[in-house]
Design a protein around this ligand. Sequence first.
Ligand SMILES: O=P(O)(O)O[C@H]1O[C@H](CO)[C@@H](O)[C@H]1O
Ligand SMILES: O=c1cc[nH]c(=O)[nH]1
Length: 237
Amino acid sequence: MSVHIGGKPGDIAERVLLPGDPMRAKWIAETFLEDAVCYTQVRGMLGFTGTYQGVQVSVQGSGMGMPSASIYTHELINEYGVKSLIRIGSCGALAMDLNLGDVIAAIGSATDSNMNRTRFDGLVDYAPVADFSLLRKAVEVAEAQGTPIRVGPILAADAFYTDRPDLYDSLADYGVLAVEMESAAIYTIAARYGAKALTILTVSDHIKRGEAMDSAQREKGFSNMVRIGLETAIAQA
Ligand SMILES: O=P(O)(O)O[C@H]1O[C@H](CO)[C@@H](O)[C@H]1O
Ligand SMILES: O=c1cc[nH]c(=O)[nH]1
């Protein structure tokens, strides 16, 4: 086992879906995977491996925020040999033409986190971006499934409750579609260690309009996102 994941080497597939919520990992394993086995419960951050259309896939909770997601991303790649990581999460929309339940693929991730400023001594504003092959495949899969998918930049924020909503307005002016809390760290660490990463999100609330999905809308919307994530994952060499 690694410091934060209880599985043995070989327990985790090379393709991993990363929801923030460990209970979403359990729901995905029970709903979409065959023969799913729970390989870790350390800190309640559940992880499962099973098969999807005959291909081995794991789904690992990564927690909320970049410090937590960084730990799981780092250990999955460096301790378990994971090659592809697809985050599947919820987000708050900023773009006025997005609606609850819409699916987004994050081509790049702006961030207010200091983690990359520390990495580069504050001398470079590193641009965390999605792996192009994963992004292209996700768009193809979504189109084949008939699920509209919006590709664009997002914000990975340190704080869920912001004191600076004015910054969200500015980011929206620059085309930033939505806010979540992990993608920049996942993209950066995957790039650093030679893995592929993509973030796919479902709009669970609209920050500017003050709307939020109910639980029925969530399940339907999240199912579309999960199917895109799984199909994209198994298409990887
Ligand atoms: O739905 P998940 O994957 O947890 O993602 C979003 O939801 C959490 C905040 O409620 C943050 O982790 C944010 O990134
Ligand atoms: O990080 C998140 C996730 C969902 N909704 C938000 O407003 N922020």
